[in-house]
Design a protein around this ligand. Structure first.
Ligand code: SAH
Ligand code: SF4
Ligand code: F3S
Length: 469
């Protein structure tokens, strides 16, 4: 049994990161069994679920379309806010019942919650229905952990508090045939004071650029139209590995593969250089969509958050992006109710939102996380005030989302069609270059294609359009 330790997890890796290749000698071990994976977290977590499915499929397990048919259920968890926790623990209650009628059912936990000491202690004490836990740093070992559980019948908890190697060629079963996630940098060294990610995902480690480019070339060969480069802070790409190879170089090299659409998330203003803005502006296949988390408009709060920029610096970068990248859309993340946030601080946030007029924003009430500095800060904001600020912020944010969408009205834009519409069988769904969701009147045969669409109606969170031949 290996359990996590948050103090160990805080240490940054000093040694050289090894780059290894995935290997497994468990061929055929899953034959005749079915699995079900539930995902709770961010895009990196979703992509990890694709790897979990890929590894299981590679040894003969089959995907269960219905959770009731599964022999193994894996919860790929997220630790970013308390409500992510609550969802998982709540669901473990449901699974306990399922296990009563299905004795051999195996239940496993992966993802960021697995890296938390408090979570593991709770699982050890109260959640006996969990058969195995595999942390984020040794995900490539998942199959051996499951095998050990089956062979020994003993519960397996295998969580490392330090990051392992960068493992290439992990089998992956992608959810989409047209749009793919590609990891470029793991971990995070920013230590924003509210955030648990540097503890659950470890030291910042970049993948080698040639491995990334090779993966994208393969995706292009297999008909993929879109690639999204992933990292908690993609703009820090290369800093840990190269003297002078940055995200700007990587975007250029990946754009050269000929992929039709190239995206990247998430950006951190601190590492965002003008050179990067220029590459986004100048390459046709780098999409004009930037997710640029602000968090707060108050310099006092930004400092307490350890965000490393002022609201003025944010605004300067924001204006640079807007002026250079044609038809860009910019979205953001904002936290309200951080310890010490006064009404005046909150108003500074509103002021910046009014100035930036974001295309969209994910807004959150501050949630204290285990072992993070902000969780110990004294001047907490009451739940009532947090909720009030959240509502007021959302009103302003939604107003600008709507305004930005209205600007698209009557334009003819390119959309990558990704799925049929759930609500209307005469419609399909797609995304514009600047990442706006469009419900399109058109046949299912458009799925997987980039087509011209005329925008006929604009709402706060989506657009309507019709396919133009
Ligand atoms: N790496 C990204 C953030 C990933 S987490 C970045 O730095 O921009 C996604 C968002 O969750 C964050 O941008 C932040 O707004 C929010 N978040 C993170 N920790 C939180 C916490 N403890 N309470 C509330 N929101 C939080
Ligand atoms: Fe968390 Fe900050 Fe890292 Fe984003 S940059 S993952 S908010 S520590
Ligand atoms: Fe959640 Fe971990 Fe992603 S905490 S947001 S799943 S990196």
């Amino acid at each position: 049994m290996k359990t996590p330790n948050m103090l160990e997890a805080k240490k940054r890796h000093q040694g050289k990161i090894e780059y290894t290749n995935y290997s497994s000698n468990l061929e055929g071990f899953g034959k005749g069994k079915k699995f079900y994976v539930r995902t709770y977290g961010c895009q990196m977590n979703e992509h990890d679920s694709e790897k979990i499915r890929g590894m299981l499929l590679s040894v003969g397990f089959e995907n269960a379309d219905d959770i009731n048919d599964a022999d193994i259920i894996i919860l790929n968890t997220c630790a970013i806010r308390e409500n992510a926790h609550d969802k998982v623990f709540g669901y473990l209650g449901v699974l306990k019942h399922m296990k009563k009628s299905k004795k051999d059912l195996l239940i496993g936990i992966c993802g960021c919650m697995a890296q938390e000491e408090v979570v593991i202690n709770e699982i050890l004490n109260k959640y006996k229905q969990v058969d195995f836990v595999c942390g984020t740093h040794n995900l490539d070992n998942l199959l051996s952990i499951i095998k050990e559980k089956i062979d020994t019948k003993k519960r397996q908890i295998e969580v490392l508090s330090y990051e392992g190697d960068v493992v290439e060629n992990v089998p992956v079963s992608r959810d989409s045939k047209y749009s793919a996630w590609v990891d470029i940098i793991y971990g995070c060294d920013k230590f924003c004071t509210y955030c648990i990610v540097p503890y659950t995902r470890g030291t910042q480690r970049s993948r080698r650029h040639e491995d990334i480019v090779d993966e994208v070339k393969e995706l292009v060969k297999n008909g993929y139209k879109e690639v999204t480069l992933l990292g908690q802070n993609v703009n820090a790409y290369g800093k840990d590995l190269y003297e002078d190879y940055t995200l700007a170089n990587l975007l250029s090299d990946v754009a050269d593969t000929g992929i039709a659409r190239l995206r990247f998330v998430t950006s951190h203003p601190w590492d965002f250089t003008e050179e990067m803005v220029d590459v986004i502006a100048s390459r046709d296949n780098v999409m004009p969509y930037i997710h640029l988390p602000l968090q707060s408009g108050s310099n006092k709060i930004l400092k307490l958050m350890n965000r490393r920029y002022t609201s003025e610096e944010y605004l300067k970068l924001y204006k640079l992006i807007r002026s250079k990248v044609k038809d860009s859309s910019v979205t953001t993340d904002i936290i309200v109710g951080f310890p010490g946030e006064t009404e005046e601080d909150f108003e500074e946030t509103l002021k910046l939102v009014n100035e930036c007029k974001f295309d969209g924003a994910f807004t959150f009430a501050f949630s204290p996380r285990e072992n993070t500095p902000a969780a110990l800060m004294k001047e907490t904001v009451s739940e009532e005030v947090k909720m009030d600020r959240l509502h007021r912020l959302n009103e302003v944010v939604n107003k600008y989302s709507n305004e930005a969408n209205q600007k698209m009205l009557n334009k003819t834009v390119k959309c990558l069609v990704i799925s049929p519409s759930e609500k209307d069988k005469n419609k399909v769904c797609g995304y514009t270059e600047n990442m706006k969701l469009v419900n399109i009147i058109g046949p299912k045969s458009l799925i997987g294609k980039i087509v011209n669409v005329k925008i006929t109606d604009a709402k706060s969170f989506s657009l309507d359009g019709e396919y133009i031949k």
